[in-house]
Write a protein that binds this ligand. Sequence first.
Ligand code: NAD
Ligand code: UDP
Length: 318
Amino acid sequence: MRVVITGGAGFIGAHLCEALLDRGTEVVCVDNLVTGSRNNIAHLLTDSAFSYLKQDVSLPFDVTGQVDAVAHLASPASPVDYHRIPLETLAVGSRGTEHALQLAKRNGARFLLASTSEVYGDPLEHPQQESYPGNVDPVGPRSVYDEAKRFAEALSAAYRRSADVNTGIVRIFNTYGPRMRDTDGRVVSNFITQALDGRPLTIYGDGSQTRSLCHVGDLVRGLLDMLSSPEPGPVNLGNPEEITINSLAETVRELTGSNSEVEYRELPVGDPVRRRPVIDRARHVLGWSPTTPLEEGLRNTIEWFRTPLSAELVLPTT
Ligand code: NAD
Ligand code: UDP
């Protein structure tokens, strides 16, 4: 097996590279490092089963040699990132997805699209199942990401229907764990770094909004299951344990033993109020469900933020 991972030097991508190499699969990581980091893959560069191609996938590209699967993860994912580079976000969701699909088509390879719960927008149906078409403002501040992913899903579905590519779509819900960037602005990395530094934890809005947080080890196991399945999806991958942002702040304060205060800030426009996946389809078609309780996953992540280079990454992917 030889798998191409676009976005393989990012947070989730680097874990997927590792998990595939552990299973004896060859990996080609294609990434332009716009939000990823060479540090995430530095330890893999000496592995002869691993290769790295520095490439913007929004431009045409090819990978020589056998390709059995293409996992398309390349895209900024944090709101801070996609607000900073909106045009690049739309480009990688549209042209980048098309180039990755064409690579899969040329090789008769399985294609996996890393889509997102953001396709549901600010959902009017709760919890969210795959049949819910979503509530996205096409010109709202988050639309560059949401609509890029919705287009990427449409393109993948069209390549399955009319170009005979074995595509599979997963909709990933909020994921956290070791290798999150401390500056990516997401809630888990913000709260942990703030708590460890003794700075106030910044809660946007009144903190009553919810998210459902999945440990990256569980998520990667789901990606592996989907890669080796013929399932077209879309399939929700996430942890249905829902938590308010207020109680997440409290949990992080407790687990870090921090005395940090909390500080309330303005809620970003378009910030979804509630989010929780229905994962019946993942259970049924992939036999997948998350197993890492939030506290255990947060402890693992806090440990990593304390000693990012030396901490053992506890990844329950087997
Ligand atoms: P990340 O920003 O850490 O990783 C994305 C990677 O893609 C980075 O290494 C970046 O350099 C690379 N990339 C971006 N544009 C590129 C381009 N044009 N060409 C080549 N490489 C490019 O983000 P992540 O959290 O690891 O997310 C990975 C994927 O999972 C993304 O597609 C994201 O939309 C999806 N996802 C993530 C979450 C989450 O909670 N982390 C939730 C839903 C969906
Ligand atoms: N959030 C917060 N404080 C922060 C960062 C985020 O209260 O320092 C909130 C944010 O407004 C949102 C939730 O936490 O309601 C999750 O934000 P994140 O950026 O992690 O993911 P997304 O909004 O994409 O789900």
